[in-house]
Write a protein that binds this ligand. Sequence first.
Ligand code: SAH
Ligand code: SF4
Ligand code: F3S
Length: 448
Amino acid sequence: MYQGDNGELKYQVITFGCQMNEHDSEHIAGVLEGIGYTSADHQDDADIIVLNTCCVRETAENKVFGLLGRLGKQKKQKPGLILCLGGCMSQQEHMGSRIKERFRYVDVVFGTHNIHQLPDLIEQAKAERRQVIEVWPDSRGVVEDVPARRQQGVRAWVSITYGCNNYCTYCIVPYVRGRERSRTPESIISEVITLGREGYKDITLLGQNVNSYGKDQTGGMDFADLLSAVNDVDGVERIRFMTSHPRDFCDKLVGAVAKLPKVCEHIHLPFQAGSNNILRLMNRGYTREYYLELVDKIKSAVPDVALTTDIMVGFPGETDADFADTMDLVQRVEFDNAFTFIYNKRQGTPAARMDDQVPAEIKSARIQELIKLQSGITLRRNGADMGKVLECLVEGPSRTNKDLMGARTRTGKIVIYRGASEQTGMPLPLRITGYSLTHLNGELLPEK
Ligand code: SAH
Ligand code: SF4
Ligand code: F3S
Protein backbone atom coordinates (compact mmCIF):
# COMPACT_ATOMS: atom_id res chain seq x y z
CA MET A 1 0.00 0.00 0.00
CA TYR A 2 1.37 3.36 -0.95
CA GLN A 3 -1.06 5.66 0.75
CA GLY A 4 -0.69 6.63 4.43
CA ASP A 5 -3.69 6.76 6.80
CA ASN A 6 -4.33 10.43 6.11
CA GLY A 7 -3.68 9.97 2.36
CA GLU A 8 -1.08 12.70 2.55
CA LEU A 9 2.19 11.11 1.52
CA LYS A 10 4.50 13.67 -0.06
CA TYR A 11 7.42 13.53 -2.45
CA GLN A 12 10.30 15.70 -3.48
CA VAL A 13 12.46 15.23 -6.57
CA ILE A 14 15.88 16.91 -6.52
CA THR A 15 17.45 17.27 -9.95
CA PHE A 16 21.07 17.67 -11.03
CA GLY A 17 22.43 18.00 -14.54
CA CYS A 18 21.00 18.90 -17.89
CA GLN A 19 17.61 19.64 -19.35
CA MET A 20 17.20 15.96 -20.19
CA ASN A 21 17.33 15.23 -16.47
CA GLU A 22 14.98 18.12 -15.66
CA HIS A 23 12.48 16.56 -18.01
CA ASP A 24 13.04 13.03 -16.65
CA SER A 25 12.25 14.49 -13.23
CA GLU A 26 8.88 15.59 -14.57
CA HIS A 27 8.29 11.93 -15.44
CA ILE A 28 9.50 10.78 -12.00
CA ALA A 29 7.06 13.24 -10.42
CA GLY A 30 4.30 12.00 -12.75
CA VAL A 31 4.95 8.38 -11.79
CA LEU A 32 4.89 9.24 -8.06
CA GLU A 33 1.66 11.19 -8.41
CA GLY A 34 0.26 8.18 -10.24
CA ILE A 35 0.62 6.17 -7.02
CA GLY A 36 -0.91 8.82 -4.81
CA TYR A 37 1.97 11.00 -3.62
CA THR A 38 1.63 14.79 -3.72
CA SER A 39 4.39 17.35 -4.09
CA ALA A 40 6.02 18.50 -0.81
CA ASP A 41 6.62 22.22 -0.34
CA HIS A 42 9.62 21.56 1.82
CA GLN A 43 12.18 18.78 2.07
CA ASP A 44 11.36 18.16 5.75
CA ASP A 45 7.75 17.35 4.82
CA ALA A 46 8.69 14.74 2.23
CA ASP A 47 8.04 11.04 2.83
CA ILE A 48 10.01 10.12 -0.23
CA ILE A 49 12.98 11.97 -1.73
CA VAL A 50 14.29 11.10 -5.18
CA LEU A 51 17.68 12.34 -6.34
CA ASN A 52 17.94 12.49 -10.12
CA THR A 53 21.69 12.62 -10.58
CA CYS A 54 24.30 13.72 -13.13
CA CYS A 55 27.84 12.41 -13.64
CA VAL A 56 29.05 14.52 -16.55
CA ARG A 57 31.65 16.14 -14.27
CA GLU A 58 33.03 15.26 -10.86
CA THR A 59 31.59 18.40 -9.28
CA ALA A 60 28.08 17.16 -10.09
CA GLU A 61 28.79 13.84 -8.39
CA ASN A 62 30.31 15.47 -5.33
CA LYS A 63 27.18 17.53 -4.81
CA VAL A 64 25.13 14.32 -4.75
CA PHE A 65 27.46 12.63 -2.25
CA GLY A 66 27.25 15.69 0.02
CA LEU A 67 23.47 15.73 -0.16
CA LEU A 68 23.25 11.96 0.46
CA GLY A 69 25.24 12.47 3.65
CA ARG A 70 22.80 15.14 4.87
CA LEU A 71 19.79 13.03 3.89
CA GLY A 72 21.24 10.11 5.86
CA LYS A 73 21.07 12.27 9.00
CA GLN A 74 17.52 13.34 8.12
CA LYS A 75 16.56 9.68 7.77
CA LYS A 76 17.88 8.92 11.26
CA GLN A 77 15.35 11.41 12.64
CA LYS A 78 12.58 10.14 10.35
CA PRO A 79 13.19 6.42 9.78
CA GLY A 80 10.16 6.03 7.48
CA LEU A 81 11.70 8.40 4.92
CA ILE A 82 12.29 6.62 1.60
CA LEU A 83 15.40 7.69 -0.33
CA CYS A 84 15.74 6.91 -4.04
CA LEU A 85 18.72 7.51 -6.27
CA GLY A 86 18.25 7.62 -10.02
CA GLY A 87 19.71 9.33 -13.05
CA CYS A 88 23.05 9.08 -14.81
CA MET A 89 25.22 8.37 -11.75
CA SER A 90 23.38 5.15 -11.03
CA GLN A 91 24.08 3.91 -14.58
CA GLN A 92 27.84 3.80 -13.97
CA GLU A 93 29.05 0.28 -13.42
CA HIS A 94 31.13 1.04 -10.35
CA MET A 95 28.41 3.10 -8.69
CA GLY A 96 26.18 0.22 -7.50
CA SER A 97 28.84 -1.21 -5.19
CA ARG A 98 29.84 2.26 -4.00
CA ILE A 99 26.27 3.09 -3.00
CA LYS A 100 25.92 -0.30 -1.32
CA GLU A 101 29.04 0.29 0.76
CA ARG A 102 28.77 3.97 1.61
CA PHE A 103 25.06 4.67 1.51
CA ARG A 104 23.30 1.56 2.73
CA TYR A 105 20.37 3.68 3.85
CA VAL A 106 19.38 4.54 0.26
CA ASP A 107 16.25 2.46 -0.31
CA VAL A 108 16.02 2.33 -4.11
CA VAL A 109 18.63 2.74 -6.84
CA PHE A 110 17.16 2.92 -10.35
CA GLY A 111 18.52 3.86 -13.77
CA THR A 112 17.74 6.25 -16.60
CA HIS A 113 16.03 3.50 -18.62
CA ASN A 114 13.62 2.21 -15.99
CA ILE A 115 11.91 5.22 -14.39
CA HIS A 116 8.54 3.60 -15.11
CA GLN A 117 9.42 0.77 -12.68
CA LEU A 118 9.79 3.11 -9.72
CA PRO A 119 6.42 2.25 -8.08
CA ASP A 120 7.27 -1.47 -7.97
CA LEU A 121 10.78 -0.81 -6.69
CA ILE A 122 9.47 1.43 -3.90
CA GLU A 123 6.93 -1.18 -2.93
CA GLN A 124 9.59 -3.88 -2.88
CA ALA A 125 11.94 -1.75 -0.73
CA LYS A 126 9.12 -1.03 1.73
CA ALA A 127 7.98 -4.66 1.91
CA GLU A 128 11.41 -6.25 2.16
CA ARG A 129 13.13 -3.46 4.14
CA ARG A 130 16.29 -3.72 2.12
CA GLN A 131 18.10 -1.73 -0.53
CA VAL A 132 16.61 -2.48 -3.96
CA ILE A 133 18.85 -1.90 -6.97
CA GLU A 134 17.41 -2.16 -10.48
CA VAL A 135 19.43 -0.48 -13.20
CA TRP A 136 18.87 -1.59 -16.79
CA PRO A 137 22.27 -1.47 -18.47
CA ASP A 138 20.72 -0.29 -21.73
CA SER A 139 17.34 0.73 -22.92
CA ARG A 140 14.87 -1.86 -24.13
CA GLY A 141 13.44 0.43 -26.78
CA VAL A 142 11.58 3.65 -26.06
CA VAL A 143 9.06 3.39 -23.23
CA GLU A 144 6.09 5.58 -24.15
CA ASP A 145 3.19 6.78 -21.99
CA VAL A 146 5.15 7.32 -18.77
CA PRO A 147 3.09 10.05 -17.06
CA ALA A 148 4.68 13.47 -16.54
CA ARG A 149 3.97 16.15 -13.94
CA ARG A 150 5.15 19.19 -15.86
CA GLN A 151 6.22 22.44 -14.34
CA GLN A 152 3.44 24.94 -14.73
CA GLY A 153 3.97 27.86 -17.04
CA VAL A 154 4.26 28.54 -20.72
CA ARG A 155 7.35 26.45 -21.51
CA ALA A 156 7.48 22.69 -21.91
CA TRP A 157 10.12 20.15 -22.92
CA VAL A 158 9.58 17.23 -25.26
CA SER A 159 12.18 14.49 -25.73
CA ILE A 160 12.63 13.50 -29.35
CA THR A 161 15.72 11.30 -29.02
CA TYR A 162 17.30 9.46 -26.11
CA GLY A 163 20.95 8.50 -25.75
CA CYS A 164 23.89 9.41 -27.95
CA ASN A 165 26.04 7.64 -30.54
CA ASN A 166 28.78 10.22 -30.86
CA TYR A 167 31.26 9.03 -28.28
CA CYS A 168 33.14 12.30 -27.90
CA THR A 169 36.25 11.00 -26.14
CA TYR A 170 35.74 13.05 -22.94
CA CYS A 171 32.06 12.30 -22.47
CA ILE A 172 30.26 9.80 -20.25
CA VAL A 173 26.78 10.42 -21.65
CA PRO A 174 26.74 7.61 -24.27
CA TYR A 175 27.70 5.13 -21.53
CA VAL A 176 24.97 6.21 -19.11
CA ARG A 177 22.21 7.08 -21.56
CA GLY A 178 22.75 4.32 -24.10
CA ARG A 179 22.58 4.25 -27.89
CA GLU A 180 20.62 6.91 -29.71
CA ARG A 181 16.93 6.11 -30.11
CA SER A 182 14.40 8.38 -31.80
CA ARG A 183 10.78 8.53 -30.75
CA THR A 184 8.30 8.12 -33.58
CA PRO A 185 7.04 11.34 -35.20
CA GLU A 186 3.47 10.32 -34.28
CA SER A 187 4.18 10.08 -30.56
CA ILE A 188 6.09 13.39 -30.57
CA ILE A 189 3.41 15.27 -32.49
CA SER A 190 0.61 13.88 -30.36
CA GLU A 191 2.47 15.01 -27.22
CA VAL A 192 2.97 18.50 -28.70
CA ILE A 193 -0.73 18.71 -29.69
CA THR A 194 -1.70 17.92 -26.09
CA LEU A 195 0.73 20.55 -24.79
CA GLY A 196 -0.68 23.14 -27.20
CA ARG A 197 -4.19 22.39 -25.92
CA GLU A 198 -3.02 22.67 -22.32
CA GLY A 199 -1.70 26.19 -22.95
CA TYR A 200 2.05 25.54 -23.31
CA LYS A 201 3.29 27.98 -25.92
CA ASP A 202 7.06 27.68 -25.95
CA ILE A 203 8.19 24.13 -26.71
CA THR A 204 11.78 22.87 -26.60
CA LEU A 205 12.58 19.63 -28.44
CA LEU A 206 15.23 17.73 -26.52
CA GLY A 207 17.99 15.27 -27.34
CA GLN A 208 21.78 14.98 -27.01
CA ASN A 209 22.02 15.52 -30.76
CA VAL A 210 18.63 16.54 -32.12
CA ASN A 211 20.04 17.03 -35.63
CA SER A 212 20.44 13.28 -36.11
CA TYR A 213 16.77 12.69 -35.30
CA GLY A 214 15.24 9.87 -37.34
CA LYS A 215 18.47 8.32 -38.58
CA ASP A 216 17.64 5.13 -36.69
CA GLN A 217 14.15 4.95 -38.17
CA THR A 218 12.76 3.83 -41.48
CA GLY A 219 9.93 6.38 -41.65
CA GLY A 220 12.04 8.89 -43.56
CA MET A 221 11.32 11.92 -41.39
CA ASP A 222 14.47 13.87 -40.48
CA PHE A 223 14.82 16.68 -37.95
CA ALA A 224 13.93 19.43 -40.43
CA ASP A 225 10.74 17.54 -41.37
CA LEU A 226 9.90 17.10 -37.70
CA LEU A 227 10.32 20.84 -37.06
CA SER A 228 7.98 21.52 -39.92
CA ALA A 229 5.34 19.17 -38.48
CA VAL A 230 5.65 20.72 -35.01
CA ASN A 231 5.34 24.16 -36.58
CA ASP A 232 1.82 23.22 -37.73
CA VAL A 233 0.52 22.45 -34.23
CA ASP A 234 -2.14 24.89 -33.00
CA GLY A 235 -1.52 26.73 -29.75
CA VAL A 236 2.25 26.36 -29.93
CA GLU A 237 3.80 29.75 -30.65
CA ARG A 238 7.50 29.11 -30.28
CA ILE A 239 9.73 26.13 -31.00
CA ARG A 240 13.29 25.66 -29.76
CA PHE A 241 15.61 22.67 -29.77
CA MET A 242 18.74 21.45 -28.06
CA THR A 243 21.38 20.26 -28.36
CA SER A 244 22.57 20.67 -31.93
CA HIS A 245 25.70 18.89 -33.04
CA PRO A 246 27.53 21.04 -35.61
CA ARG A 247 28.43 18.01 -37.75
CA ASP A 248 24.78 17.14 -38.36
CA PHE A 249 23.50 20.72 -38.89
CA CYS A 250 22.74 20.32 -42.61
CA ASP A 251 21.67 22.99 -45.11
CA LYS A 252 18.12 21.66 -45.13
CA LEU A 253 17.95 22.34 -41.39
CA VAL A 254 19.36 25.87 -41.77
CA GLY A 255 16.63 26.44 -44.37
CA ALA A 256 13.91 25.07 -42.06
CA VAL A 257 15.01 27.30 -39.15
CA ALA A 258 14.97 30.31 -41.49
CA LYS A 259 11.60 29.51 -43.02
CA LEU A 260 9.42 28.14 -40.23
CA PRO A 261 7.78 31.07 -38.44
CA LYS A 262 7.51 29.45 -35.00
CA VAL A 263 11.10 28.23 -34.85
CA CYS A 264 12.95 30.79 -32.72
CA GLU A 265 16.10 32.67 -33.65
CA HIS A 266 18.14 30.93 -30.98
CA ILE A 267 20.55 28.09 -31.63
CA HIS A 268 22.66 26.35 -29.03
CA LEU A 269 25.64 25.03 -30.98
CA PRO A 270 28.42 23.65 -28.78
CA PHE A 271 31.85 23.87 -30.39
CA GLN A 272 33.96 22.62 -27.41
CA ALA A 273 37.36 23.64 -28.79
CA GLY A 274 38.73 25.99 -31.44
CA SER A 275 41.78 23.95 -32.41
CA ASN A 276 41.57 21.28 -35.09
CA ASN A 277 44.05 19.12 -33.25
CA ILE A 278 41.91 19.09 -30.10
CA LEU A 279 38.66 18.66 -32.06
CA ARG A 280 40.18 15.54 -33.64
CA LEU A 281 41.30 14.15 -30.30
CA MET A 282 37.81 14.84 -28.98
CA ASN A 283 36.29 12.89 -31.90
CA ARG A 284 33.93 15.76 -32.64
CA GLY A 285 33.83 15.10 -36.38
CA TYR A 286 34.28 18.69 -37.67
CA THR A 287 36.98 21.32 -38.05
CA ARG A 288 37.08 24.95 -36.92
CA GLU A 289 36.77 26.01 -40.58
CA TYR A 290 33.62 23.91 -40.96
CA TYR A 291 32.18 25.37 -37.75
CA LEU A 292 32.88 28.98 -38.76
CA GLU A 293 31.35 28.38 -42.17
CA LEU A 294 28.24 26.88 -40.56
CA VAL A 295 27.93 29.91 -38.29
CA ASP A 296 28.16 32.22 -41.32
CA LYS A 297 25.44 30.23 -43.09
CA ILE A 298 23.16 30.42 -40.06
CA LYS A 299 23.80 34.12 -39.52
CA SER A 300 22.99 35.01 -43.11
CA ALA A 301 19.89 32.77 -43.30
CA VAL A 302 18.52 33.81 -39.89
CA PRO A 303 19.06 37.52 -39.28
CA ASP A 304 19.30 38.53 -35.59
CA VAL A 305 19.96 34.93 -34.55
CA ALA A 306 21.32 34.44 -31.03
CA LEU A 307 24.00 31.78 -30.81
CA THR A 308 25.01 30.08 -27.59
CA THR A 309 27.59 27.37 -27.07
CA ASP A 310 29.49 25.01 -24.77
CA ILE A 311 33.26 25.36 -24.52
CA MET A 312 35.77 23.15 -22.74
CA VAL A 313 39.30 24.09 -21.69
CA GLY A 314 42.13 21.82 -20.61
CA PHE A 315 41.41 18.76 -22.74
CA PRO A 316 44.48 16.44 -22.62
CA GLY A 317 47.26 17.81 -24.82
CA GLU A 318 45.76 21.32 -25.12
CA THR A 319 48.67 23.71 -25.71
CA ASP A 320 48.74 27.49 -25.37
CA ALA A 321 48.36 27.68 -29.15
CA ASP A 322 45.30 25.36 -29.07
CA PHE A 323 43.74 27.49 -26.37
CA ALA A 324 44.48 30.64 -28.41
CA ASP A 325 42.45 29.04 -31.23
CA THR A 326 39.51 28.67 -28.84
CA MET A 327 39.77 32.32 -27.78
CA ASP A 328 39.99 33.35 -31.42
CA LEU A 329 36.88 31.40 -32.36
CA VAL A 330 34.94 32.98 -29.49
CA GLN A 331 35.95 36.41 -30.71
CA ARG A 332 35.01 35.70 -34.30
CA VAL A 333 31.57 34.20 -33.64
CA GLU A 334 30.46 36.62 -30.88
CA PHE A 335 28.21 34.20 -29.02
CA ASP A 336 25.34 35.66 -27.01
CA ASN A 337 26.29 33.35 -24.19
CA ALA A 338 28.50 30.36 -23.46
CA PHE A 339 28.66 27.60 -20.88
CA THR A 340 32.31 27.09 -20.07
CA PHE A 341 33.77 23.93 -18.55
CA ILE A 342 37.09 22.71 -17.29
CA TYR A 343 37.87 19.28 -18.73
CA ASN A 344 37.35 16.61 -16.11
CA LYS A 345 38.41 12.95 -16.31
CA ARG A 346 35.50 10.52 -16.49
CA GLN A 347 36.21 6.89 -15.70
CA GLY A 348 35.81 4.63 -18.73
CA THR A 349 36.15 7.34 -21.40
CA PRO A 350 39.11 7.30 -23.85
CA ALA A 351 40.32 10.80 -22.86
CA ALA A 352 40.79 9.71 -19.25
CA ARG A 353 43.54 7.38 -20.45
CA MET A 354 45.30 10.00 -22.63
CA ASP A 355 48.75 11.28 -21.70
CA ASP A 356 49.38 14.96 -21.33
CA GLN A 357 46.63 15.79 -18.86
CA VAL A 358 46.76 19.57 -18.39
CA PRO A 359 47.75 20.75 -14.88
CA ALA A 360 44.95 22.20 -12.76
CA GLU A 361 46.52 25.70 -12.49
CA ILE A 362 46.73 26.03 -16.25
CA LYS A 363 43.15 24.86 -16.73
CA SER A 364 41.96 27.32 -14.16
CA ALA A 365 43.90 30.25 -15.67
CA ARG A 366 42.50 29.40 -19.10
CA ILE A 367 38.91 29.27 -17.98
CA GLN A 368 39.26 32.63 -16.21
CA GLU A 369 40.60 34.20 -19.38
CA LEU A 370 37.82 32.64 -21.44
CA ILE A 371 35.06 33.74 -19.05
CA LYS A 372 36.43 37.28 -19.07
CA LEU A 373 36.40 37.41 -22.86
CA GLN A 374 32.92 35.92 -23.18
CA SER A 375 31.44 38.16 -20.45
CA GLY A 376 32.48 41.23 -22.42
CA ILE A 377 30.90 39.80 -25.57
CA THR A 378 27.67 38.79 -23.76
CA LEU A 379 27.34 42.30 -22.35
CA ARG A 380 27.93 43.84 -25.76
CA ARG A 381 25.40 41.52 -27.42
CA ASN A 382 22.78 42.23 -24.73
CA GLY A 383 23.52 45.96 -25.00
CA ALA A 384 22.85 45.81 -28.74
CA ASP A 385 19.14 45.22 -27.91
CA MET A 386 18.86 48.60 -26.12
CA GLY A 387 16.00 50.70 -27.47
CA LYS A 388 14.62 47.87 -29.62
CA VAL A 389 11.01 46.74 -29.29
CA LEU A 390 11.09 42.94 -29.01
CA GLU A 391 8.30 40.40 -29.14
CA CYS A 392 8.30 38.79 -25.69
CA LEU A 393 6.30 35.94 -24.19
CA VAL A 394 5.42 36.56 -20.56
CA GLU A 395 6.46 33.66 -18.30
CA GLY A 396 5.23 34.89 -14.90
CA PRO A 397 5.97 37.04 -11.87
CA SER A 398 9.52 37.37 -10.61
CA ARG A 399 10.19 35.21 -7.55
CA THR A 400 11.63 38.07 -5.55
CA ASN A 401 9.37 40.99 -6.46
CA LYS A 402 5.77 40.38 -7.48
CA ASP A 403 5.43 43.72 -9.28
CA LEU A 404 8.11 42.60 -11.66
CA MET A 405 7.35 40.15 -14.44
CA GLY A 406 9.65 37.92 -16.45
CA ALA A 407 9.23 37.52 -20.19
CA ARG A 408 11.41 35.91 -22.86
CA THR A 409 12.51 37.09 -26.26
CA ARG A 410 12.50 34.77 -29.26
CA THR A 411 16.26 34.77 -28.92
CA GLY A 412 15.88 33.16 -25.47
CA LYS A 413 16.79 36.18 -23.31
CA ILE A 414 14.89 37.03 -20.14
CA VAL A 415 13.34 40.51 -19.99
CA ILE A 416 12.31 41.86 -16.59
CA TYR A 417 9.60 44.53 -16.70
CA ARG A 418 6.99 46.15 -14.45
CA GLY A 419 3.66 44.52 -15.20
CA ALA A 420 0.81 42.39 -13.87
CA SER A 421 0.55 38.65 -13.25
CA GLU A 422 -2.52 38.49 -15.54
CA GLN A 423 -0.14 39.02 -18.42
CA THR A 424 1.35 35.54 -17.91
CA GLY A 425 1.22 33.61 -21.18
CA MET A 426 0.63 36.70 -23.30
CA PRO A 427 2.84 37.77 -26.17
CA LEU A 428 3.79 41.41 -25.56
CA PRO A 429 6.04 43.89 -27.34
CA LEU A 430 8.51 45.31 -24.81
CA ARG A 431 10.96 48.16 -25.26
CA ILE A 432 14.43 47.26 -23.98
CA THR A 433 15.64 49.85 -21.48
CA GLY A 434 18.55 48.14 -19.73
CA TYR A 435 20.80 45.11 -19.76
CA SER A 436 23.21 43.06 -17.71
CA LEU A 437 25.13 39.80 -18.10
CA THR A 438 22.10 37.72 -17.14
CA HIS A 439 19.04 39.52 -18.49
CA LEU A 440 17.50 42.54 -20.18
CA ASN A 441 15.20 45.13 -18.61
CA GLY A 442 12.17 46.34 -20.51
CA GLU A 443 8.99 48.39 -20.39
CA LEU A 444 5.51 48.11 -21.81
CA LEU A 445 4.74 50.39 -24.72
CA PRO A 446 2.42 53.29 -23.86
CA GLU A 447 -1.22 52.49 -24.68
CA LYS A 448 -2.46 54.17 -27.81
N1 SAH B 1 25.11 16.57 -26.13
C1 SAH B 1 25.56 17.85 -25.87
C2 SAH B 1 26.15 18.12 -24.51
C3 SAH B 1 26.05 17.19 -23.39
S1 SAH B 1 27.02 17.44 -21.96
C4 SAH B 1 26.61 18.20 -26.91
O1 SAH B 1 27.18 17.36 -27.52
O2 SAH B 1 26.87 19.36 -27.06
C5 SAH B 1 27.08 19.18 -21.76
C6 SAH B 1 28.45 19.75 -21.83
O3 SAH B 1 29.26 19.28 -20.77
C7 SAH B 1 29.22 19.41 -23.08
O4 SAH B 1 28.88 20.21 -24.15
C8 SAH B 1 30.65 19.61 -22.65
O5 SAH B 1 31.08 20.92 -22.91
C9 SAH B 1 30.61 19.38 -21.14
N2 SAH B 1 31.31 18.15 -20.77
C10 SAH B 1 31.00 16.88 -21.15
N3 SAH B 1 31.90 16.02 -20.64
C11 SAH B 1 32.80 16.74 -19.93
C12 SAH B 1 33.97 16.43 -19.19
N4 SAH B 1 34.42 15.19 -19.09
N5 SAH B 1 34.63 17.45 -18.59
C13 SAH B 1 34.19 18.71 -18.70
N6 SAH B 1 33.11 19.07 -19.38
C14 SAH B 1 32.40 18.11 -20.01
FE1 SF4 C 1 28.56 13.71 -25.09
FE2 SF4 C 1 29.40 14.21 -27.51
FE3 SF4 C 1 27.13 12.87 -27.17
FE4 SF4 C 1 27.24 15.45 -26.57
S1 SF4 C 1 27.49 14.56 -28.60
S2 SF4 C 1 26.36 13.84 -25.32
S3 SF4 C 1 29.29 15.71 -25.80
S4 SF4 C 1 29.18 12.18 -26.61
FE1 F3S D 1 24.46 14.87 -16.67
FE2 F3S D 1 23.21 12.78 -17.59
FE3 F3S D 1 22.62 15.16 -18.52
S1 F3S D 1 25.35 12.90 -17.10
S2 F3S D 1 24.52 16.27 -18.33
S3 F3S D 1 22.30 14.49 -16.47
S4 F3S D 1 22.61 13.25 -19.66
